[in-house]
Ligand binder design. Structure first.
Ligand SMILES: [Zn+2]
Ligand SMILES: [Zn+2]
Length: 175
């Protein structure tokens, strides 16, 4: 199941190819190191060759478990991401370097083949937030007792400590 899915562009039918399949990735494959797959990723993809360009259009869906970066609670993170990509043959790579900055995001395939598994994985990784949060306003963990504030188990009164006051106190003590 987790083998690569190579699309041989010389054998692509003229009308293109439609694929619907599951992909099993390892958490190791993901940019988000604490993510765990709750079910395999699923991709619906249409691949078409136009001239030398491979057009890849589709959607990847997945259900993952992330760990909140503030309160460290695991939470479900559903992915449903559409993509519409163009891959150029790698022979043009050298040329592209001389082109404007706009072309920097351009993607390439090499050897008359496109690894669809890698394409889907890349799209999946692009959907991940830099700092996953269980809820937009997650308040994280209480600095006093270490309980998760959302659960409202703690009744600590957190005093706003102002570093400037601390500094003042130190200064007073110094004298
Ligand atoms: Zn949280
Ligand atoms: Zn507390």
């Amino acid at each position: 199941m987790d083998t690569t899915v190579l699309i041989d562009i010389d054998r692509l039918p003229k009308e293109g190819l439609r694929l619907s399949r599951d992909f099993e990735f390892l958490s190791l494959d993901l940019v988000e190191e604490n993510a765990v797959f709750l079910e395999p990723a699923h991709a619906e993809v249409a691949v078409r060759l136009v001239g030398d360009e491979i057009l890849v259009k589709g959607e990847v869906t997945a259900r993952l478990s992330f760990v909140c970066s503030r309160c460290l609670t695991p939470f479900e993170f559903p992915v449903a991401s559409k993509f519409d990509l163009i891959y150029l043959p790698e022979e043009l790579d050298g040329l592209a370097e001389e082109l404007s900055d706009e072309k920097i995001d351009q993607m390439y395939y090499n050897g008359r083949q496109l690894d669809l598994r890698a394409v889907v994985l890349e799209q999946l990784n692009l959907t991940f937030p830099a700092k996953p949060l269980c809820a937009p306003g997650c308040e994280g963990i209480c600095a006093v007792c270490g309980e998760i504030i959302r659960d409202a188990k703690c009744s600590c009164v957190v005093k706003e400590t102002d570093l400037r006051w601390n500094k003042l106190k130190l200064n007073v003590r110094d004298k």
